[in-house]
Design a protein around this ligand. Structure first.
Ligand code: DC
Length: 225
């Protein structure tokens, strides 16, 4: 049976950084489910659709086929055969993914793909509903959090380093993050929430090696259980 690790939590708390490193250490496959929702968001935006028009989005999702490939160990997202990976990390796409992932047909489109990937291989999957909906049987579930100011500072530093800050300020980033996390946590379908059996890890005061140590300790515990 495959060993599945689910990491859920709001944006900018360190999920993907930790999941990637841990997957490399353990020889597991890292699956970034946010990138799948972002891939669909690119598809909706390219069609010129209004992301608040639920019916238009739910009709259009039937025309989108999402596939995942690993190239040089990195996850690439394809929509209808086109690699959209380089377009996933803009603020427009972040917002569109948060809005359109509220709609159930969008979630249903990706659910089977996510489950299938975890069925046959050891995976670390991160997202919002992995421990609660996608992989409720995961052997280890972690709910990662951080104070919003810490989330915003990390995002600010990342954008600055990449030279992509543009007009954004610390305050605008903080507001965007709060708005997105509120929407992700309060939607009707598969909202972001801690699974009853998830372990909470607050990364506000922890650096990456400290979070990694905690994660490895949890994996050891579960593997020996
Ligand atoms: O993890 P991320 O920031 O790349 O996710 C982008 C958006 O996708 C997020 O705002 C909500 C949505 N999402 C989701 O609804 N369920 C998931 N499992 C992962 C992401």
């Amino acid at each position: 049976m495959s060993f599945n690790i689910a990491i859920d939590g709001p944006s900018g708390v360190g999920k993907s950084t930790i999941a990637k490193q841990l997957a490399a250490d353990l020889g597991f496959v890292y699956i970034d489910t946010g990138a799948m929702f972002r891939g669909l968001a690119v598809f909706f935006l390219d069609r010129g659709l209004d992301i608040d028009d639920e019916k238009a989005i739910c009709d259009a999702v039937n025309d989108a086929e999402v596939t995942i490939k690993y190239e040089d160990g990195l996850q690439h997202v394809y929509v209808n055969g086109t690699d959209v990976t380089s377009r996933l990390r803009t603020e427009d796409v972040s917002r569109a993914a948060s809005v359109t992932s509220q709609y159930q047909p969008v979630r249903t489109k990706l659910l089977e793909l996510q489950r299938e990937m975890a069925r046959t291989q050891d995976v670390i999957m991160d997202g919002r509903d992995i421990g609660t909906v996608v992989l409720p049987q995961a052997q280890l579930k972690v709910f990662m959090t951080a104070r919003p100011e810490i989330q915003a500072q990390r995002r600010y530093d990342q954008l600055k380093e990449q030279g992509k800050l543009g007009d954004a300020t610390f305050e605008s980033i903080l507001n965007d993050i709060k708005e997105r996390d509120y929407r992700d946590s309060h939607r009707a379908n598969a909202p972001l929430k801690k699974a009853d059996d998830a372990v909470e890890v607050d990364t506000s005061e922890l650096d990456i090696p400290a979070v990694m140590n905690r994660m490895k300790e949890l994996v050891r515990e579960r593997k020996n259980a």
